[in-house]
Design a protein around this ligand. Sequence first.
Ligand code: CA
Length: 220
Amino acid sequence: MRVLLVEDDRMIGESIEEALRGENYAVDWVRDGHSAELAFSTQSYDLMLLDLGLPKKNGLDVLHHYRKQGGDIPVLVITARDAKASRIEGLDAGADDYLIKPFDIDELMARIRAVLRRHRGHIHSIITHAGVTMNLATHEVTLDGLIVHLSAREFSVLRALLDSGSNVVSKMQLEDKIYGWGDEVESNAIDVYIHHLRKKLGADFIKNVRGVGYKLTAEK
Ligand code: CA
């Protein structure tokens, strides 16, 4: 899961970034409206967190522009307490939810899970595939009911594969999902995470599609 965070307030931005990383999201943080547009025109994201009061171009204009050009990822708007009109405008402009400053960071994380879930048509926070379950709220992963311990990156790779269902995911797509701009991308890292996941979840759980990428096997 890769999130575009658009927030010009340094302290708020830092605390959101830290919380997102703590929940295994890759994060790209930009601080003005122009940089936001540059980011989503060059990189694909799973979610945008958008402050409305921004330098250079305000959040509402950014959102209008994004939806107008067909952008369809969930957008969660972050706005000041007194800006009721802009909240309504934000929702009308295509925001999926909003949160008023100052907000509780745990509530923000729960709202993020909820909009991502709705976007994917899931009713609850547990994804299941062939005996493996992933709880997005608690980050617990189980195999046949037993807890499996995964590193943050292993969790992110598994989540990307689970989100893709039976579709093949390329190595580059996986890298896109788990690394933000500032993160160092180690070569072969994806192969290593896949190797660990197979050891923990079963050798046949993840199939290598030669020259294309990886997919989950349909049955155990
Ligand atoms: Ca602001």
